[in-house]
Design a protein around this ligand. Structure first.
Ligand code: HEM
Length: 442
């Protein structure tokens, strides 16, 4: 284990692959406290996340360090605190929000294409562009806030805060946040930046109070509302949820979109088929929300990108009770790590698991295979009670961004294929520079 520390820091994905290849489906690391297990078998992962979910909570080093940024929001809250929060916030993700997202995706994609178009053929960092786009969409959709002017600063603050948090989670001996090390000072500044955006959002919303006879419009309305038990959230609770949703809702989608562009440039025939599916829709001023049903291939590309590059590459749980995982006794208090990166490459579920093949998500009629998307081997959004609340939003967003932009651009990679750098999400090391040329509407 001590010999592996350098490898874990340098290349955690190779370390995970090596552990699975060398030791199999359930690996116990020689760490005394807490006993720590890596689970790669899809069925066993499902037991942890779904079948026996009540025996597992979120008091893990990963979520505790993440809460240095997000506080106790929906993502990091342990079971008891979480249940009420989920019930309260779920309505913000119903069908009408998804329709709104489609509109915001169109506006933000058009804005991005216009910017690229003015620049002529130019080298841009696709990773950075996708981060800004996803931030704009989440800001507009959930908080009615235009974060576009603020996007660079906010995206930077989020990435900076999360990078530091990941490094802290990987270095158990790092000094506590109160000690003014350079990392802790940067973390504090980044969190202050995030907090000032929250303040701006709240001040803006307070300046135009909602007509209480009307239903809540978005997540921010729900956060500010007194619930049916007469409970109003405190300023800190509201702040924690807003930061949680900014953090959980933009880097994840951006990571998926970035890898999608990378894989599409590596597979020109896939790019052509994807463009062919949406070119007509783009020519007609779309794609709109109702066009989603006509984009099964684009959806399959997104599914396959999320399989190969699951943005949330690690899901961790702390066991509350003894359990048996694949014949291995796991004592209460253990840390259990489920890695979608490994589950999505498990030979028991996937043929040629390392290949990019969107077709695996389509049936003979070219429609999306729900049995595969909902199958045990596919967990990009987690599973069970803690399933990602933003799953449908993320899918609508990713599918429509690809459909809106792909027929309008030519992409040419600059430099070698970047390696995957797993931080909170999987990002391309050094960004994703590409030469972009915007084409006229088809
Ligand atoms: C491709 C994009 C996304 C991926 C891959 C993703 C992945 C995940 C995963 C794996 C979990 C479960 C974590 C666990 O069980 O420990 C999760 C939870 C969560 N996600 Fe996402 N997510 C995405 C997009 C979003 C979006 C767009 C939002 C909101 C706008 C969001 C908000 C959340 C929240 C709040 C939770 C915690 C839910 C709960 O515990 O009740 N995510 N996400």
């Amino acid at each position: 284990m001590i010999r592996s520390i350098a490898e874990i820091r340098r290349d955690p994905l190779s370390f995970l692959n090596r552990m699975y290849t060398q030791f199999g489906d359930v690996v116990q690391f020689p760490i005394p406290d807490p006993p720590t297990y890596l689970v790669s078998n899809p069925e066993t992962a499902r037991r942890v996340l779904v079948g026996n979910a009540r025996a597992y909570g979120k008091r893990t080093i990963q979520y505790t360090t993440l809460s240095l940024v997000t506080g106790e929001g929906l993502l990091t809250a342990d079971t008891d605190a979480w249940r009420g929060q989920r019930r309260r916030l779920q309505p913000a993700f119903h069908h009408s929000t998804l329709e709104l997202i489609a509109e915001h995706v169109r506006t933000s994609s058009d804005r991005l294409l216009a910017r690229w178009s003015v620049a002529g053929t130019a080298v841009v960092d696709i990773d950075e562009a996708m981060m800004h786009l996803a931030l704009e969409v989440v800001g507009k959709s959930l908080f009615g806030a235009d974060l576009s002017g603020d996007a660079a600063r906010l995206a930077q603050a989020t990435v900076e805060a999360l990078d530091i948090v990941v490094k802290k989670a990987r270095s158990p001996l790092s000094p506590p946040v109160q000690v003014p090390t350079p990392a802790n000072v940067s973390l504090r500044r980044a969190v202050e930046d995030l907090d000032s955006s929250v303040d701006a959002m709240l001040a803006e919303r307070a300046s135009r109070p909602r007509d209480l006879a009307e239903p809540p419009l978005d997540l921010l309305d729900l956060l500010l509302e007194v619930d049916d038990q007469g409970h109003a959230m405190s300023r800190d609770e509201i702040r924690n949820q807003i930061i949680t949703f900014i953090v959980a809702g933009h880097e994840t989608v951006a990571s998926a979109l970035t890898w999608a562009w990378q894989l599409l440039t590596m597979h020109p025939e896939t790019m052509s088929r994807l463009r062919a599916e949406s070119a007509q829709l783009v020519a007609g001023g779309g794609p709109t929300f109702s066009d989603l049903a006509n984009l099964p291939y684009t959806a399959a590309v997104v599914d396959e990108v999320l399989r190969l590059y699951p943005p949330a590459w690690l899901i961790t749980r702390r066991s509350h009770e003894d359990d048996i995982l694949d014949g291995v006794e796991v004592a209460a208090g253990s840390l259990v790590i489920v890695s979608p990166w490994l589950v999505h490459r498990h030979e028991s579920m996937w043929e040629r698991p390392h290949q990019f093949m969107p077709e695996r998500f389509l049936d003979d009629a070219g429609q999306r295979r729900r049995d595969v998307v909902n199958g045990p081997g596919y967990i990009p959004f987690g599973a069970g009670p803690r399933l990602c609340i933003g799953r449908d939003m993320a899918l609508v967003e990713a599918i429509l961004v690809l459909a809106a932009i792909a027929p309008r651009i030519e992409l040419e990679p600059v430099g070698p294929t970047p390696s995957a750098m797993p931080l909170v999400t999987i990002r391309p090391r050094g960004g994703l520079p590409m030469r972009v040329t915007v084409k006229p509407v088809p």
